[in-house]
Design a protein around this ligand. Structure first.
Ligand code: AQP
Length: 332
């Protein structure tokens, strides 16, 4: 049996990277796999979040899942803090994971930056909570963008060490699923930086809530180089901005980059950007409208999250009981 788990942080507007790197793959995988999708609000508070914005963003991310095509009837959709087992298992994993493992995590280094001493303990321990999110459901596969690969490796290490330490095969060794042509979408302002919700420049990303005019403006202003597009993928080397736009185009068109360049090789960026805008608007336009419609009915979103949390709890409960028995926590 395969079971998929994945999550998104409600830390602001979702962007094209979250969509192409993660959510769109979930939509495709839900047909053939038992699927659990989580709005990971406990991860969000590892850096400061305004409480009102956090609740709003939790509903927005839920609406984005559904607008993108995730079916709340067949999939479990819920917010992490509604199922206490995430925090309970994370504590056990804090005691399994080693400081040395967490010290190697590049995302912590990037997010904590020069002010490591001021970062929250939660930000440092984030990967142990992520391991708990996944293993609380004994998920076998986790579809994510490339930036999460290292955290997934840590999840595997935690599962392995727990199983070894206690001499019982409690947890599966989860496989990452990093799929598609846009596993790492880069900033539109700097092709060497990941497109990110927390980038201070809104022009660095295309948000799922952007309207057609704004999408067009952002693509028009996207950084490029003076050369026309190359005729093959080898010609994208050392041209990070060109590689990024071609990757985005390929993912949106459901083609590979070779196919895109076979058609668009030799085009000036102005022509390519026009075609990319049309494609982006065609994909994001209907999603944007559906999200807006859903957000007019917050009660319906809350009902979906409530029902999702009940279903998640029904799977998580027995797993947590098994962990408690394995560890020797007395349940009387
Ligand atoms: N640029 C990206 N390209 C491809 N995939 C991406 N993902 C994120 N950015 C890109 C994938 O989206 C999923 C959810 O990510 P997240 O919200 O949990 O956290 P993140 O990876 O830290 O995303 P952001 O946008 O950079 O958020 P902030 O700025 O708040 O840290 C994951 O599967 C991720 O791989």
């Amino acid at each position: 049996m395969t079971r998929i788990f994945s999550g998104v942080q409600p830390t602001g507007n979702l962007h094209l990277g979250n969509y192409l790197g993660a959510i769109r793959n979930w939509v495709r995988l839900q047909r053939d796999h038992e699927s659990i999708f989580c709005v990971v609000d406990m991860h969000a508070v590892t850096v400061w979040q305004d409480p009102v914005e956090l609740s709003k963003s939790t509903r927005e991310v839920t609406a984005a899942f559904i607008a993108a095509g995730i079916d709340p009837e067949t999939c479990v959709i819920f917010n992490q803090s509604a199922v206490p087992g995430h925090a309970q298992l994370a504590w056990v994993f804090n005691c399994v994971a080693r400081m040395g493992w967490l010290n190697r995590m590049t995302q912590f280094k990037e997010k904590a930056g020069k002010h490591k001493e001021n970062a929250s303990v939660g930000l440092f321990a984030y990967p142990a909570l992520m391991a708990a999110d996944i293993l609380l459901y004994k998920a076998t596969h986790v579809p994510v963008g490339e930036d999460q690969k290292q955290h997934l490796e840590l999840t595997r290490d935690v599962a392995q060490k727990f199983n070894n330490d206690y001499g019982r095969e409690v947890f599966p060794i989860t496989e990452p699923l990093i799929l598609g042509e846009a596993t790492r979408v880069m900033s539109l302002r700097d092709g060497t930086k990941k497109m990110s919700k927390s980038d201070t420049s809104d022009f660095s990303r295309i948000n799922l809530t952007d309207d057609a005019d704004l999408i067009a403006q952002k693509i028009r202003k996207a950084k490029t180089d003076p050369e026309p597009l190359p005729n093959d993928v080898a010609g994208l080397e050392d041209r990070p901005e060109a590689a990024n736009l071609v990757g985005i185009y390929a993912a949106l068109a459901d083609k590979n980059r070779e196919e895109v360049l076979a058609e668009a090789g030799g085009w000036a960026f102005s022509q390519f950007k026009q075609a990319l805008t049309e494609l982006a608007v065609e994909t994001l336009g209907p999603m944007n409208a559906e999200m807006a419609r859903l957000l007019e009915h917050p009660d319906e979103i809350d009902a979906i999250l409530r029902r999702g949390a009940e279903r998640a709890q029904a799977i998580a409960g027995p797993v947590l009981d098994e962990v408690y028995d394995t560890v020797g926590f007395l349940r009387v």
